[in-house]
Design a protein around this ligand. Structure first.
Ligand code: MGD
Ligand code: MGD
Ligand code: SF4
Ligand code: MO
Length: 715
């Protein structure tokens, strides 16, 4: 007995000696807030335990949500890809980097020779760092010389980005810092579910409420965000354009126009006024299915407020007329002059970790770094000079993300590099996308996991995760944030930027890609963005180690620009533009065969195509499968009990998910999150109708029908 106790004591002492704790600073890889944290690793002999401890920064102020708390679970997951995999006879086999790079280069050369330079395309993502997004754009244009590059942000920010550019002359998600939110007396949240999508931002709204703000939420569901609202407008999906026109009408009729602002700082008011005057409120109420009185109350609350903020997100943007919906909300903001002051402004809340920076530096089909245009001779000259090539060598603009998929389907694009996206799950009409990708002569996917898209690849390249990859991202506020590397890379994993440099070297373009660190790439990006609209020239790594800097920041002494448009807008004449755009009547409509509106979106515990969060035990346990939110009265009409498997059919196909009764959703609408694949994949049924202004797909509305798969409700 004594012996055992002694032994135990001995082992405990030994254990203590070998137990250790290390902590490394990092940043959550998921949404646009970019909360900071420390990943603490406790080591007790062979056992390792990790915990995430939030740290302070001026955006999230020491908060972290459920996803951030558990993000390390996917990064440390045993299914992480550790070496390159090539498909041989339909199965993946391990290959060396040397073999992988030789294969890519051989395929690029042969495809471009057989089918033309534009036949090889690049598909990027908003999770890539600024450095990687920048380098991907340069890689496509300089190493591949292809015009075909676009990225998943097309499905995310394109409606708001185009609207911001056209109305204000500049596209930065929020015109104001988040700290302005508590200063507003009225806040309109249109098609945004902050409570589940940017949870750590909620305290800004709580604070506003404490200060007496009136909050209006526009959403077909009464979401967790709507729980905060003083007024909820549960409109019919896809009718936001009409709603914003209705609000404008009340503001005009009831004298809330800021004539001095309109006259000094805007163009196009008269045309807007004529358009709005002809509008009938009962027609607006009929189209949106929101009582005219409620629309009037919303407009009055907005009009009366000395300061007010309008925030939109994907609910109204991911529509076949998403651009028009955003422009009409901007009309409302401009007509009342509620922008460019503390507590007054407009914002489209960005989504992905680098949803903002990812769209500024050249991943878009028509764009060069710093928001320069690939069709503008001056811009071409400037960037060609930075890159050390002749402007004539720069390709022209290509097509948008989904159109690239259509070109793949049509056999025009025959080779594709995917870096940072999982389009087989996240594209509209995804069954078509999966089929199209299988037609490619060569598909190479760089990912941390064997995603649904990687499964279709000829070659899969393992990349570092957020824990291992140093770099910068630009968050929801338009603030550039530095993310340090917290851990060594596992296996033979490479950073995305290293992969691009290695391929470029093998293609004989090494002299344009001789980078040895993320910081070196950032320094070139600074130069490339200099003088552009998204000017990062004054932002340095040294500075970012101390602060999060708002762009534009043109020189090292510039403080950065928290609030935009205080004096002038970014168009050459300094004035903002009103727009007159119709409500698109030709949108996918319900009929007797497809009587319900299907809308899609997110849940708190999961992230986008789910590649990462489905691999996190804590997050997966929280919500293991997709559900269809359905009103109990609608469900009963189709014999659907709570928790039953439901078959959802649209004009394109079917998905099967479990029902969840929700008496806070419109009776004519069902909601399904898109984070799952296989039978539960809702994008197999969504519509690929694109907004003609920005090519945004209509993820948020199509016509559907439902029926129970197994009738568990009866015995
Ligand atoms: N938990 C979690 N957070 C995320 C993400 C995630 O996947 N999971 N993704 C990140 C990314 S990339 C993005 S883009 C953002 C997205 O953030 P959000 O846009 O806020 O999220 P969604 O759930 O797509 O849509 C928001 C709301 O739009 C509503 N809606 C549906 N149809 C309509 C309509 O016709 N009109 C209006 N007005 N509303 C409608 C939905 O009911 C939903 O509540 O979230 C980011 N944060
Ligand atoms: N029905 C419906 N569909 C939608 C939406 C919707 O609301 N409804 N929303 C759309 C929106 S807003 C978005 S943003 C898209 C996003 O959709 P996706 O582009 O598919 O986004 P993710 O799931 O983030 O895909 C990222 C993939 O890249 C990998 N990855 C993560 N970080 C890195 C990295 O640093 N490097 C590399 N190489 N790989 C990385 C992940 O493992 C994952 O496989 O989905 C869109 N699809
Ligand atoms: S998901 Fe967004 S809100 Fe949650 S911890 Fe990560 S960055 Fe913060
Ligand atoms: Mo997004």
């Amino acid at each position: 007995m004594t012996m055992t106790n002694e032994l135990l004591r001995y082992f405990r002492a030994k254990e203590k000696e070998r137990a250790s704790e290390t902590a490394a600073a990092t940043q959550c890889p998921f949404c646009s807030v970019q909360c900071t944290l420390q990943l603490v690793e406790e080591r007790i002999v062979e056992r390792r335990r990790y915990k995430a401890v939030p740290t302070d920064n001026p955006t999230s102020n020491g908060r972290l949500c459920l996803k951030g708390m558990n993000a390390h679970q996917h990064a440390l997951h045993p299914e992480r890809l550790l070496f390159p995999l090539a498909k041989v006879d339909g199965r993946f086999v391990r290959v060396s980097w040397e073999e992988a790079l030789s294969l890519i280069v051989e395929r690029i050369i042969s495809i471009q020779k057989e089918d033309g330079v534009d036949a090889f395309a690049v598909y990027g993502g908003g999770s890539l760092t600024n450095e990687e997004a920048y380098l991907l754009g340069k890689f496509a244009r300089v190493a591949l010389k292809t015009r075909h590059i676009d990225y998943n942000g097309r499905f995310c920010m394109s409606a708001a980005a185009a609207a911001m550019n056209d109305a204000f002359g500049l596209d930065r998600g929020l015109t104001n810092p988040l700290s302005d939110i508590p200063l507003a007396q009225t806040i309109i949240l249109a098609g945004t579910n902050v409570a589940e999508c940017q949870p750590t931002l909620m305290p800004y709204f709580y604070e506003a409420k404490k200060n007496g703000a009136f909050i209006i939420v526009v959403d077909p569901r009464e979401t967790k965000t709507a729980a905060l609202a003083d007024l909820h407008l549960p409109l019919k999906p896809g009718t936001d354009t009409a709603l914003a026109v209705g609000i404008g009408k009340v503001l005009l009729d009831e004298g809330y126009i800021d004539e001095a602002f309109v006259c000094e700082r805007t163009v196009g008011f008269t045309e807007w006024k004529q358009h709005i005057e002809a509008v009938k409120m009962d027609e607006i109420a009929r189209v949106t299915d929101v009582p005219a009185e409620k629309i009037r109350l919303a407009a009055r609350k907005y009009g009366e407020a000395a300061d007010a903020i309008v925030l939109t997100a994907r609910g109204l943007e991911q529509q076949a007329d998403g651009y028009a919906a955003v422009r009409h909300w901007m009309n409302v903001v401009l007509a009342t002059g509620k922008i460019g002051r503390p507590g007054s402004g407009f914002g489209s809340i960005t989504g992905q970790g680098n949803g903002q920076g990812g769209r500024e530096h050249g991943q878009k089909a028509d764009q060069l770094p710093g928001y320069r245009s690939i069709e503008h001779p001056e811009h071409r000259r400037y960037i060609a000079n930075i890159w050390g090539i002749s402007p004539d060598e720069l390709p022209r603009k290509g097509v948008s993300a989904y159109e690239m998929m259509q070109k793949i389907g049509a056999g025009e694009i025959t080779g594709l590099l995917v870096m940072g996206s999982n389009p087989v799950v996240s594209s509209p009409n995804a069954a078509f996308v999966a089929k199209a990708l299988q037609k490619l002569k060569f598909l190479v996917v760089a990912d941390m996991f064997l995603s649904e898209t990687a499964e279709l690849a000829d070659l899969v390249l393992p990349v570092s995760s957020y824990l291992e990859d140093e770099g910068t991202v630009t968050n929801v506020e338009g603030r550039v944030c530095f993310r340090p590397a917290a851990r060594k890379r596992p296996g033979e994993v490479k950073h995305d930027w290293e992969i691009l440099c290695a391929i470029a070297h093998k293609l004989g373009k090494g002299r344009y890609f001789s980078f040895t660190s993320a910081e070196e790439i950032f320094n070139e990006l600074r130069l490339a963005s200099r003088g552009g609209k998204a000017d990062y020239y004054g932002v340095t790594y040294e500075r970012l180690r101390r602060e999060r800097v708002y762009w534009p920041c043109p020189d090292a002494h510039h403080p950065g620009t928290p609030r935009l448009f205080t004096e002038r807008f970014a168009h050459p004449d300094g004035k903002a533009r009103f727009a007159v755009l119709p409500f698109r009547p030709e949108k996918e409509e319900t009929d007797e065969w497809y009587p319900l509106y299907l809308t899609t979106g997110r849940v708190l515990a999961h992230y986008l195509s789910g590649t990462q969060t489905r691999r996190s035990p804590a997050l997966s346990a929280r919500q293991p499968e997709a559900v269809v939110e359905i009103h109990p009265r609608t469900a009963k009409r189709y014999g659907i009990g709570p928790g039953m498997l439901v078959r959802i059919e649209t004009r394109r196909g079917a998905a099967v998910v479990r029902s969840r009764y929700n008496d806070q959703i419109r009776e004519d609408t069902i909601f399904v999150p898109f984070h799952w694949s296989g039978l539960q994949q809702i994008n197999n049924v969504t519509s690929d109708e694109l907004d003609p202004h920005c090519r945004m797909p209509a993820f948020k509305r199509c016509a559907a029908r439902v029926r129970p798969v197994v009738d568990l409700g009866r015995n």
